[in-house]
Structures are given as structure tokens and as C-alpha cells.
Design a protein around this ligand. Sequence first.
Ligand SMILES: NC(=O)c1ccc[n+]([C@@H]2O[C@H](COP(=O)([O-])OP(=O)(O)OC[C@H]3O[C@@H](n4cnc5c(N)ncnc54)[C@H](OP(=O)(O)O)[C@@H]3O)[C@@H](O)[C@H]2O)c1
Length: 350
Amino acid sequence: MQTKTPIGILGATGIVGQRFVQMLEHHPWFEVAWLAASDRSEGQPYAEAARWRMKTPIPSRVAEMRVSPVKPEAAPKIVFAALDAAIAAEFEPRFAHAGCAVVSNSSALRMQSDVPLVIPEVNPEHIKLLECQTWRRQSGGFVVTNPNCSAIGLVMALAPLEQQFGLETVMAVTMQAVSGAGYPGVPSLDILGNVIPYIAKEEEKMEEETRKVLGQLNGSGIVPGAFGMSAQCNRVAVEDGHTESVSVKLKKKARPEEIIAAWNEFRSAPQELRLPSAPEQPVRYVASADRPQPRFDADCGNGMTATVGRLRPCGVLDWKFTVLSHNTIRGAAGAALLNAELLRVKGYLD
Ligand SMILES: NC(=O)c1ccc[n+]([C@@H]2O[C@H](COP(=O)([O-])OP(=O)(O)OC[C@H]3O[C@@H](n4cnc5c(N)ncnc54)[C@H](OP(=O)(O)O)[C@@H]3O)[C@@H](O)[C@H]2O)c1
């Protein structure tokens, strides 16, 4: 029997950390061997430190593991990172410096010029950027990131359009689930029966990360996508799943059936390489007039498929549509897991 590779999780007790624990329970290649969080949790059994919010039971082997401090000395060589951005900015470089492969969810280093910001279906070639990192040359360690949870769903829908027709302008308005704010996140009295038209730094992240992922690798950097981009972000009283209303102007004329085929037929490296967390269909189009909806569509493809619907002409740009993706799976833990699987088959985790 093949032995699994031990991995650690930074920020293991949070919402994304818990999603990692859940998704790794039956993973064929990786096994949770080490968990780290703040000094609030340090030394406690994981089941006591984490307020478990997943719908499946907490894995018994992990439940008994003691939570470690966020220090690289005792960590495995591969760590998934789900720390708050301010903490990540301090600790992720320390782990990379110590020789760890850091597969991060945090925004702290995403826009650093030598840090790959990767969605394996969209820009797998960008992982070559990590060869430019000083950590990689000095200790073998590196940092790879995935985009923000709202940028991922949007880019999944845009990538097939960019490839086939070219993007000129993109406008997106989000309706983002409360789990995107972590735990305990937004107070219930602020969000119940309400919409909050502000999520700190989210619009900036969507605009710059979307351009970086859809940009071109040029030696030691990325030339960002040249399309115009405007995002408006809202928090809504939904548990899981970010919904986005999108309008696009395309460089080439496209008929609706060509756009729908571009989404439904989109396949890429994770499907060709049969990565364990890759969905069969990364983007699917639903024809029903009132879909996608978070309640019915967020879990599609084990939470790794982005669902698009409501394609129709736009009176200002060319086309408008709705896209939905699971924010803590495709938008966070699943995104990082797929990045790690890609890194492994490309030999970066040896
Ligand atoms: N939620 C999403 O949908 C989503 C999507 C994409 C990206 N992200 C990003 O992923 C990261 C984690 O998000 P989350 O939603 O899981 O947040 P969360 O539920 O608030 O969890 C935060 C984690 O960070 C740990 N932590 C906090 N302060 C620390 C410190 N001083 N030292 C060490 N560890 C500390 C916490 O440990 P304790 O429990 O011990 O306090 C907890 O494990 C953030 O950067 C977020 O922006 C989240």
C-alpha cells in the first residue's frame, strides 16, 4: 500500500481550516499530520479547540491531535495555510524560509510578483513563477496561492470566454455567503434580514486578482489581463456559496450557444491529469430560468464546479449571466488542495 504524504494546516481551527480537515479525511495522497492555530487553541485537542461547523462528523483521528503553535520547526514539509491575512503576512514567509511548501488561501502574498496565484484549470503554467522565489533557491521552500473566494468563481466563468472570444470589459456584482467571513464572522444581528454592501478590500482583490490569474506569464512576472474590470461586493444572509451577477463585453462576436458550449466543454490540466479533487466538469451551464441558487447548486461537483446560468443579452455590454461557486470549497480549501495536487504531479513536492 502506498504511504500518504504528511501535511500540516496553519489556521486549522477556522472555517477554511476545518474544510481542509474534512476534504483531506479520505484523500488518496495527503494525510493530516500536524495542526496549528493561535495561542488560544495551542495545546488543546483539535476537537476542543475547533468549534466544528462542517456537516460531516469531525474525523476521529484528527479530533484527538493536539494543536501546535504556528512555528515551522516541527511542521511537515507541506503546509496548507488558512490564517488571517495579517498573521499570514508574518508567518507564511517564515515557513517558506524554513523549506516548507506553503499552499496558501490568504491574500497576504497573492499579489507579490514572484508568487503564483493559481487556479489549476485556468493558469497552471503560472506555477513556474515559484522558481523565481528566493526561498526556493535557498531552502527549497515556496509559497503558492489561490485567489479570493469571489474571484475564483468569476474567473472560472470568464476563462472559457477569454480563451475563445477575448474579454474587453467585465462588471461583476457579488452576493457573498456569511461563511466567507470565517467563524464567528458577521454578527447575526447585522446580517439576518439584511444585505451589507461592503466587504473590506474585497472589490480591490477581485479586480486585481482576476487580472493576474487571466494574465500572461512573462519570464519572472505576470502581465495582467488587459480588460476593464469593475466589481461591487455585498454580504448576504446565505450560509455557503457566492453568487455573482456578471456583464461582459467580448472582443469577438459570439452566439449564445457558442458561449454555453465554451462553458460546458471547458476542460483543462486537472481533468487531463485526473487530479483527485478535480471535478469532471469545472464549469456547467444550467438552463432553468431561476438558477443557479446557492441552496441547490453550491455543492455541484463536490463543491468544485462553478455553475453558470441566465445567459442573456446585456443592454450596456454584450452579455450578462449569473455564476455561483462554493466559497469554502472551490473558493478556499478545495482550491488549495487542487493546487497541491498539481504541484505534486509536476514534481514540486518531491
Ligand atoms: N471563509 C472563506 O470562504 C475564505 C475563502 C477564501 C479565503 N479565505 C481566507 O482564508 C483565511 C482563513 O479564513 P477563515 O474564514 O477560515 O477564518 P477564521 O474562521 O476566522 O479562522 C482563522 C484561523 O486563523 C487562526 N489565527 C487567528 N489569529 C491567529 C494568530 N495570531 N496566530 C495564529 N493563528 C491565528 C485561528 O486560530 P484560533 O481558532 O486559535 O483563533 C483560526 O484557525 C483568511 O485569510 C481568509 O481571508 C477564506
